[in-house]
Write a protein that binds this ligand. Structure first.
Ligand SMILES: [Zn+2]
Length: 459
């Protein structure tokens, strides 16, 4: 057992590789991957043809950036085209022969046709490896019980995540969120986990409901780790403090975007957030682009851009230059936690971006600002738009709950304090619409931050 305790990384050889060695490995794998995709999928072959390129023309990362981007809408359209042509949604995109595909996963997307991921045994092994790298860094070891309270579905954080936990030798309780809060709490009592994986908003809900449902506080459940997933928030210092204090646990944020892009935050106090360490560089080429012009942005200290990823050394349906719409900020300097690799923060979604008087604003930045004022506010709010963004006619309207026990006569003073903070930090002057605590619905799954008046909800 001592062996487990001492090893800090799951895969020392890869995870601690020098930057130059990693880039060389990525380039070698990229050349192989593009040739493979070109040969096996009409969809990817076409990507080369539209820019009159052949796989052998890709000699550098720069050459590769000439290949057109792939978007989620295009992914859906290709699936539809595939159904028309081949009678199934994958023949156009999948690169491995049918008998090698052993799993089909889907995104958690709730609107439109789900986007599918086809995996071979090799690909499933890669996903499992990435989950193991993340939890190992956080300190999870064989013998530790983890309760999985995310939506237990086909998305990366659902069933595949359970497998990843098993793969590293830890014990998973895949209770899922579908059975409700009480069921999750019952299974915590029955199986005594040391770690929970859930959305931050479900964490907040559990902290609120725990005394009523179990007769004890969330901090007495025995959880030592809270792993945030499925929605933003795990990087927000105020959310982190709320979860750390509420559960008496260390808080980690982690992601497994599109199966290939995996990251986990550092072991650090909740008031700090240095970002997530990118742990899957050997299987995922990251590029950053300008969300408007789609031109490449250099990955250097502090760079902000829309993330584009390419699968490296994958077989089933390896994506090439896939732009999922997440906006990242990267940190290329060595992290103070001592763990290797670049770190990144997900700072918003390209399609959630609002433009107010020429200022780009992400709902997450508004959330961070609002959380600074807890407990004078509950932290629950909705951005109210008259019509879909990104351009908003000022002022930006925010429906916001004031805190429990705050007299209404104190609202003007609070509003003044918040307005000047917003002007300084977010560079906007919003108009607040105050509502009492418990007015805005608590979401069990993904929290909606934007609402369009007249429409029931949107993302
Ligand atoms: Zn770190």
């Amino acid at each position: 057992m001592a062996f487990y305790k001492e090893r800090k990384l799951w895969n020392e050889k890869i995870e601690a590789m020098s930057k130059d060695e990693m880039r060389a490995l990525q380039l070698k794998r990229l050349k192989k991957q593009v040739a493979y995709n070109y040969k096996n999928s009409p969809f990817y072959k076409n990507k080369f043809e539209v820019v009159s390129a052949k796989p052998e023309d890709i000699k550098s990362f720069k050459d590769f950036s000439r290949i057109p981007l792939m978007t989620k809408d295009e992914h859906r359209r290709a699936q539809e085209e595939s159904i028309e042509k081949y009678g199934n949604p994958y023949d156009l995109l999948a690169c491995a022969p049918r008998e090698k595909i052993i799993r089909i996963n889907s995104t958690s997307g709730t609107t439109g046709m789900p986007t599918l991921y086809t995996l071979t045994q090799h690909d499933v092994d890669v996903v499992n490896e990435m989950h193991a790298r993340k939890y190992w860094r956080a300190g999870i070891r064989p013998g530790d019980v983890m309760i999985q309270a995310l939506s237990l579905s086909m998305f990366t954080g659902g069933l595949p995540l359970s497998q990843g936990i098993q793969n590293m030798g830890a014990c998973v309780v895949p209770v899922g969120i579908e059975g409700g809060t009480k069921r999750v709490l019952d299974f915590i009592r029955l199986t005594a986990p040391v770690a929970i994986i859930a959305t931050p908003s479900f964490g907040q809900y559990m902290i609120e409901k725990c005394p009523e449902l179990t007769g004890k506080k969330a901090e007495d459940l025995g959880l030592k780790w809270f792993f945030c997933a499925g929605e933003p928030g795990g990087g927000n210092p105020e959310v982190r403090k709320m979860l750390a204090n509420g559960f008496g646990a260390k808080v980690f944020d982690h992601t497994g975007g599109g199966h290939a892009f995996h990251g986990i935050s550092c072991d650090e106090p909740p008031e700090h957030f240095s970002g997530m360490h990118f742990v899957s560089e050997d299987h995922c080429l990251l590029e950053l682009i300008d969300p408007k012009t789609k031109e490449n942005i250099e990955i250097e200290q502090g760079a902000i851009g829309e993330m584009v990823f390419t699968f490296l050394d994958w077989e089933g349906g390896p994506f090439m230059r896939y732009a999922l719409g997440d906006i990242l900020q990267v940190n290329t300097e060595p992290c103070r936690c001592g763990m290797p690799g670049i770190t990144f923060k997900i700072i918003g979604r390209a399609d959630d971006m609002l433009i107010i008087k020429g200022v780009n604003v992400y709902p997450e930045a508004i959330k961070t600002a609002i959380f600074k004022f807890r407990p004078e506010v509950t932290g629950l709010f909705r951005i109210m738009l008259d019509r879909p963004g990104p351009t908003v006619t000022p002022p930006l309207k925010i429906k916001i709950e004031y805190g429990e026990g705050l007299p209404e006569k104190d609202l003007p003073a609070l509003e003044e304090k918040m307005s000047s903070y917003f002007k300084e930090e977010v560079r906007i002057g919003p108009q607040f619409e105050w509502v009492p605590p418990d007015t805005i619905p608590r979401e069990m799954k993904k929290t909606k931050l934007i609402e369009i008046r007249g429409e029931k909800s949107m993302k």
